[in-house]
Design a binder for this molecule. Structure first.
Ligand code: FES
Length: 148
């Protein structure tokens, strides 16, 4: 095998492994939790993001909080140990509840799409999603809902 062929085979193997990892992570079922209401916000155990794939612990990219006390669910994306975003799943166009799909939130009413930080990626919505500050302490998230 010459150098060029070796590099070509190596790159193909790397790309295949990367694609497989992405495909597997997108297969993780959506996790719905209720959270705990208190102190003007929601408490969520950071372990709610942990799942297993092939016997190994991995992190979900998001969980959805559905709670009877909330008019809409909140989608919480995990970017790192202390970095999260908490997004109100209400479309800023006409208020339809959004659907989470990977790193996007989509509106089935007229097709608006938002990224995992709440920014509009596809209209007709023209405003970002409402988001809430998230703080992490002792492996527990606090989502400050006072801004609702
Ligand atoms: S209500 Fe969401 S795009 Fe219109």
């Amino acid at each position: 095998m010459d150098r060029r062929e070796f590099l070509k085979n190596s790159c193909t193997a790397c790309l295949s492994a990367t694609a497989l990892t992405a495909a597997l992570s997108s297969c993780t079922p959506t996790r719905y939790i209720s959270g705990i209401i208190g102190n003007d916000g929601l408490f969520v155990d950071a372990n709610e993001f942990v799942t297993t794939q092939n016997g190994k612990p991995v992190y979900r990219s998001f969980v959805i909080i559905r709670n009877d006390a909330l008019q809409y669910p909140v989608c919480v994306y995990r970017f790192g140990e202390n970095e999260y975003s908490a997004l109100w799943m209400r479309c800023t166009h006409q208020g339809t509840e959004l659907q989470a799909s990977g790193d996007r939130l989509q509106c089935t009413a007229h097709g608006s799409e938002f990224d995992n930080k709440g920014s509009v990626k596809t209209g007709p919505a023209d405003r970002s999603l409402r988001s809430f500050p998230v703080t992490v302490s002792n492996n527990q998230l606090f989502i400050d809902m006072r801004a609702i």
